[in-house]
Design a protein around this ligand. Structure first.
Ligand code: PYC
Length: 403
């Protein structure tokens, strides 16, 4: 029988791992794929992306897909602003709709000290050309009519930081779009291939060993998010990273009523409504370090209770499912995009709870670092040696719902 309709694959299956590539990227999430695509665009096409499971199976498939650049440090604001601008062009650039809804991002303050923190962010954002400003309850009511702005909640809403360019995106579409674009430029994508070792000799990386045999490489890039420190340890590189779970849950679909991303550090909760109508609700990272991908009842109970304090109208809504991802946390809540003491071993790690929003800029800049050997200005503050040289970045106040 003749198949009437054959679906086109997003990228080509590659039966064989070749014995050598110019660049091997460990991690087939959005970062690894974006780096591969940007390398290929620069003419570096002898690239393999090696992924232990299916592509996008790690943090890229387990995040809440919030995009924003309203960070606290100048380095953070500049970098994430570049990423938001790249996301704005991504559907056209990659020829694939990534459903970026720039609906606006609203961080709530419930205490005077939180307002002070938001003022610092608003100033730093504006000084760096990012649209972000303090808003007061009257305007908050107009932006999100369903928020409880009365004095009834335990922590009434006093003010907010409003960031119109922020929003949400369709995360699997971003992963597929980068994979397809990288594949078309000649990159090889090898899912279900586990890296079991990183070969180093004379202070230089030689390649990786995998569940499908050894592969030599001129450069190895570690883009493995929650597993970043374990892969780095295989190369003898110690990273200041501790892995923590981050959980989220999703409700049944509701009629559209929430067209802003809402974040509250005091309630440790953030809420968005997807294009399908579901509410996506997340909290702070779990307080213990773990590689566990299991979600927990205490998380669901506190997340739901806190979300209902902000939006009492969702009290009877059913929860459909919950999940956990794992996050590579650095002490200053900022990433590491850097060369290391092992020549040819490059890291794009420490993405904690902010990796997805960073992928287009990280892909572009880490590819530039690999291709030229020089760290571009916009990512120079994120080098690994900042921890030895006492140049930490202090991004915690603006990272997810941390405070
Ligand atoms: O940084 O916007 C963020 C975020 C939301 C959820 C986790 N991180």
């Amino acid at each position: 029988m003749i198949a009437l309709f054959q679906r086109k694959r997003m990228w080509r299956p590659r039966p064989d791992l070749r014995p050598r590539y110019d660049v091997v990227i460990v991690g087939g999430g959005v970062h690894g794929l974006a780096i591969a695509y940007e390398l290929a665009r620069r003419g570096v096409t002898d690239v393999a992306v090696i992924e232990r499971s299916y592509i996008g199976s790690g943090g890229s498939g387990r995040n809440t897909a919030i995009i924003r650049s309203n960070y606290r440090t100048e380095a953070g604001v500049r970098f994430y602003d570049e990423s938001v601008k790249r996301y704005e062009r991504l559907s056209v650039e990659l020829g694939f709709n990534v459903l970026f809804s720039q609906e606006g991002h609203l961080t709530l303050a419930h205490t005077e000290s939180a307002i002070t923190g938001l003022r610092v962010r608003a100033d730093t954002n504006q000084l760096n050309g990012v649209d972000s400003r303090i808003v007061w309850p009257d305007e908050i009511r107009r932006l999100v009519p369903m928020l409880d702005l009365s004095s009834k909640p335990r922590f009434p809403i006093l003010a907010g930081l409003y960031h119109p360019p922020g929003g949400i995106i369709r995360h699997d579409a971003v992963v597929w779009a980068y994979a397809r674009a990288a594949d078309r430029l000649g990159v090889e994508i090898h899912p279900f291939t586990e890296v079991t070792g990183v070969a180093v000799a004379g202070g230089r990386v030689q390649g990786v060993t995998t569940s499908r045999g050894p592969v030599a490489a001129g450069t190895v890039v570690n883009a493995t998010a929650g597993w970043a420190s374990t892969i780095a340890a295989m190369a003898g590189v110690r990273l200041p990273i501790v892995t923590h779970p981050l959980q989220a849950f999703v409700t049944e679909p509701l009629k559209p009523f929430l067209d802003k991303v809402i974040v509250s550090a005091t309630y440790h909760v953030y809420i968005t409504q997807t294009d399908r109508g579901e509410l996506v609700i997340g909290q702070e990272i779990d307080p213990y370090s773990s590689y566990s991908l299991r979600s927990t009842l205490p998380f669901l109970e506190t997340g739901a209770a806190h979300a209902v304090e902000l939006l009492p109208c969702i009290a009877g809504v059913k929860v459909l499912r919950q999940w956990a991802g794992i996050c590579d946390m650095t002490p200053d809540f900022a990433p590491i995009m850097s060369t290391t003491e092992v020549e040819g071993f490059v890291v794009d790690v420490g993405w904690g709870t902010y990796g997805f929003k960073a992928a287009p800029a990280a892909g572009y800049r880490v590819a530039e670092l690999v291709a030229t050997g020089r760290s571009p200005d916009v990512i120079a503050p994120f080098s690994l040696d900042r921890f030895a040289n006492d140049r930490l970045l202090g991004e915690k106040a603006a990272a997810a719902v941390s405070h």
